[in-house]
Design a protein around this ligand. Sequence first.
Ligand code: NAD
Ligand code: UDP
Ligand code: UDP
Length: 330
Amino acid sequence: MANIAKRRNYGRRRVLITGGAGFLGSHLADRLLARGDEVLCVDNLFTGDKTNIDHLAPHPRFDFMRHDVTMPLYVEVDEIWNLACPASPVHYQHDPVQTTKTSVHGAINMLGLAKRLKVPIFQASTSEVYGDPSIHPQPEQYWGNVNPIGPRSCYDEGKRCAETLFFDYHRQHGIDIKVARIFNTYGPRMHASDGRVVSNFIVQALRGEDITIYGDGSQTRSFCYVDDLIEGFVRMMEAGPDLHGPVNLGNPSEFTIRELAEMVLAKIGGPSRLVTKPLPQDDPLQRRPDIALARRKLGWKPTVALEDGLDRTIAYFRAIVAETGERIGE
Ligand code: NAD
Ligand code: UDP
Ligand code: UDP
């Protein structure tokens, strides 16, 4: 107890966000600063971008540390949010060994930190632990259908192993863990060039380029707006020491990829055409969260419809494209 009191600054909570310069991490930093916390953002800037946190740099309760989570980290905090990991297939397949190291060694180091400090730790897990699911929609009890040796395995199996570590540290060392399985999330500060479908389609339409549908576009995804997701994160951490998860967080409204392309094109207009490209290997055919557990335990459900979330995301990318065309596709 004395230890915790020492770390707190006049009763203020000090939180660590790994991957804090990324898409989700920077939104979480905004949210936790607004809650009154001190935020330490740790990131090696592999896929993150300082521009995501530029607006926070002058904030007296915000700190940034450039650090790779595969290396040990000795800091004093009251709460850990472990988000560090490249999330898009283009990025995580760029250096697959480093991707697995980030998930596995990163989890060990952050769990070791949580163990020393006796503080709760949140893990950004993923719907990819379900692989190409044979059960639809996916409840948390489903064990998944994952190829252990394919091009997506570095991410999927890395995240599965991280979940194993989280639950073993919980059982073996009594760590208060919160494991969220995040389904496709979109919004401002997504990377313009990381190949994810929402950013790809919007940027292509804004530039009047062809919109690239992989396969026939009949595969489905469920898209959650970032503000809804962050609300789910905070509710999980605040749920108390009896909730450990895993808990699915995502929007259960399911769309085919072709429907998404048509929606984006209808909103942006212009000369873009829908063209098809080969479906990547092991691309899941369908994905929709069963969020009954999150509803029951957290009182959480998404509130932003895809139509509205797309409008906000398009406005963000429109500003970037207008600012400097060169930034897109860097
Ligand atoms: P992102 O790429 O924008 O953010 C990841 C951040 O982690 C980046 O800032 C990157 O520089 C940092 N990072 C990567 N390797 C690191 C390392 N070894 N040490 C320190 N920092 C490192 O991706 P995101 O969409 O914000 O994803 C954040 C987390 O949420 C990831 O763990 C991801 O797996 C998970 N997730 C995201 C989604 C989604 O739809 N966005 C879905 C499921 C899970
Ligand atoms: N660790 C860390 N910060 C800490 C405590 C531990 O980065 O404040 C790392 C350290 O590298 C260690 C790992 O977490 O190897 C796992 O810690 P744990 O106590 O579980 O195991 P051990 O120290 O016995 O290897
Ligand atoms: N996709 C697509 N065109 C693109 C980018 C992605 O049709 O330009 C497809 C991709 O094949 C997948 C879906 O959109 O079926 C979602 O891809 P993303 O990489 O965004 O997420 P994930 O596959 O990890 O869910």
